[in-house]
Design a protein around this ligand. Sequence first.
Ligand code: GTA
Length: 318
Amino acid sequence: MAESENGSAAKILKTDAENECGDAGEISSDSPVADFEITRVLRDGAREKTIFIHGKVKDQDAVVILEKTPFRQDMLPELLKSSQLKLEMKNDVYSTYQLQAPAHLNEIKTTVVCPATEKHVKKYLHQEVFLVEESGEDYRNLTLPYISSQSFSVQWVHNILEKKAEADRIVFEDPDPDTGFVLLPDFKWDQKQLQDLYLIAIVHQKDVKSLRDLTSEHLPLLTNIRSKGEDAIQRQYGVPPSKLRVYLHYQPSYYHLHVHFTSLEYDAPGCGVERAHLLSDVIQNLQADSSYYHNRSLAFPLRADDGLLLRFKEAGKL
Ligand code: GTA
């Protein structure tokens, strides 16, 4: 089996955002946020320091996500030395300040979805959520027909697999058509610090939608992802398997099988027990029973305005 890797030394963190249409560190001359007209704030997470905004860019719907990123420990000396401090209050041994950091130490991670569909806008809108319990039969009767007609495009996934996008971000690839996958940084991670390390492994097989499709036939694929994914992360970033949370989402947003690798110390969105299934548990469940995910009930949260929730309600399942 042929394999290829990009990057070798441990702990190489890229310092600038990269994508298929721009070089690392280039200031974008065609800023999609410069013409962004705000329609409304979809969600404002003060604790996560993230804000999701819906608006228009030249008549096209767009979603912009702004996120304050974790501190980079390697930049702390420069941050403390070169920033200006404005005193707010002083009392005995206590004092608080406003620290004004130089621009390059004060970046905001920005994600743009444009053009955004109504489904994107709904995805990021703060909503009441409900827990649904889906039997294997419910999956086949309700969920599968719904996701076959309504789910997000996986064009971005095909672009990665076909090296049409993000090719230079690939950390590891096993090209085997059955057990192979591409491992690359998730677009939620800016790769500037390891605290919020987040990579995804995308399988080469195109007909595995989610956890529900997995049987013992997929065990070689899953064990391959676990061992080679963990090895690649250890080599590239120096993070050992015991510091990783490796899991699948059910329901995912994108129905092309992929596995999330996040730092154990990072409280990643969607890593809660109602959505994340540890890859090691999945492997053991399939070793014990090949049709485990075909038959058993799986619980997952759905937002109030999710069309799938309506299907469950109409079927008297809620
Ligand atoms: N490298 O083009 C991409 C790309 N896209 C379109 C999605 N992903 C991508 N990665 C690369 N390039 O982890 C990543 C996503 C996600 C994974 C798909 O693929 O970041 P999933 O199918 O299980 O879907 O995983 P999921 O978990 O719903 O996706 P997502 O977008 O992570 O949403 C979960 C929650 O995370 C959201 O509700 C929101 O609360 C939060 N979130 C989403 N995007 C951001 C963001 N940019 N910053 C902060 N929080 C975010």
